[in-house]
Unconditional design. Structure first.
Length: 352
């Protein structure tokens, strides 16, 4: 295994050159001989390959870029797709003809895919579990890659770029994928736990973004830590309800990829989803906020999907419903919070 891992680290690929993709490329450059970064923007690729790596890439001597899926599939066996969920399938399909069962894909996307549905259809049609895919399920369905994993946990990219230490989780059905991912990413800055609950780690990473939107709303309204703590704990309950309904155990949500990520994204101004909620509470429109943001806030799309899934499973998730009504139906934020505070009591812990 050690020789196999060393061979895989000759050249490691990253699909997606956003802030988090660039952050992963930097981390990989500490252990890999070289890192190949894929972008569809030729101007970006040309700049990186000329040595102008911009504000996020830190290792120009090891990181090069390409627009060619064939090149990446040929040079790299270990590949990290780090893409917005809305574009994941489209980009993956450009790689599919070149991927082989020998490839290993460990994605870093904290979102969900809805099969054969447009964004407007997600809002207006019934969605079932058969239509909703995690990114690992999408990879396995649309390519011949077998060894798949995900990167999840409290990964605020700007803190990692600043050199601050953090922990993350690599989850996979295959122990070798976890071990390979750990050796590729681990450093004195980045501690990597392993998990066998792939679906649980993916759902935890996606669903916590919904609660982060709510935390931002509270912050924008200048509520204090008491309300923030209540939202996090009650929000965790709802995330676990979703996870169990979709085939995961509650334990997956009580570790680094679950409550760890939830706390980080619900308490930090560096969280994009937190920022969206905060700006909504201060009176900006969702359209203006999203147009102004350079990176995708996955919680908006996940909220649409989760609301439809809650109807499908008939599960009790009042925070998710309240946030949906505020974000997409224009419901008054303070009235929504008042409604939650007066909602009939439920057991504090009923998910273990």
């Amino acid at each position: 295994m050690k020789e196999e891992v060393n061979g895989l680290l000759n050249c490691v690929g990253v699909i997606g050159a956003g802030v988090f993709g660039s952050t992963i490329a930097n981390l990989l450059a500490k252990n890999a001989d070289s890192v190949l970064l894929y972008s569809r923007r030729q101007s970006f690729v040309d700049r990186v390959n000329s040595g102008d790596v911009g504000p996020y890439l830190k290792h120009p001597e090891k990181i090069t870029a390409t627009t060619d899926p064939t090149e990446m599939a040929r040079k790299c066996t270990l590949i990290f797709p780090v893409l917005p969920s809305a574009n994941f399938g489209e980009v993956l399909r450009s790689f599919t003809p070149h991927l082989k069962p020998a490839h290993i894909l460990i994605h870093g996307t904290k979102g969900l895919d809805v099969k054969n549905s447009t964004e407007s259809e997600i809002l207006n049609t019934k969605i079932t579990r058969k239509q909703v895919r995690t990114m690992s399920e999408l990879i396995c369905e649309e390519s011949n890659v077998i060894r798949v994993g995900c990167l999840s946990g409290p990964n605020l990219a700007k803190e990692i770029l600043d050199g601050q230490p953090t922990a993350t989780v690599i989850a996979s059905d295959y122990e070798e994928v976890v071990e390979i991912g750990q050796r590729a990413l681990s450093s004195d800055q980045f501690f990597v736990f392993g998990s066998k609950d792939l679906v649980g780690a993916e759902l935890a990473g996606a669903l916590k973004n919904i609660i982060a939107l709510g935390a931002g709303l509270l912050d924008g309204l200048e509520y204090g830590k008491n309300m923030q703590a209540m939202l996090i704990t009650r929000g965790l309950r709802e995330v676990i309800y979703f996870g169990k309904a979709m085939g995961s155990s509650s334990h997956a949500f009580l570790g680094t990829a679950g409550i760890g990520d939830l706390i980080a994204t619900c308490t930090s101004d560096k969280s994009r989803n937190f920022q969206v909620g905060k700006r909504l509470a201060r009176g900006e429109t969702l359209e203006d906020i999203l147009e102004d943001m350079q990176e995708v806030a996955e919680g908006i799309r996940t909220l649409k999907i989760a609301r439809q899934l809650s109807k499908h499973y008939n599960i009790h998730v009042p925070i998710t419903k309240m946030l949906y009504d505020v974000v997409f139906e224009g419901y008054n934020i303070r009235r929504a919070i008042h409604f939650l505070m007066r909602y009939p009591f439920a057991p504090d812990v009923d998910f273990l």
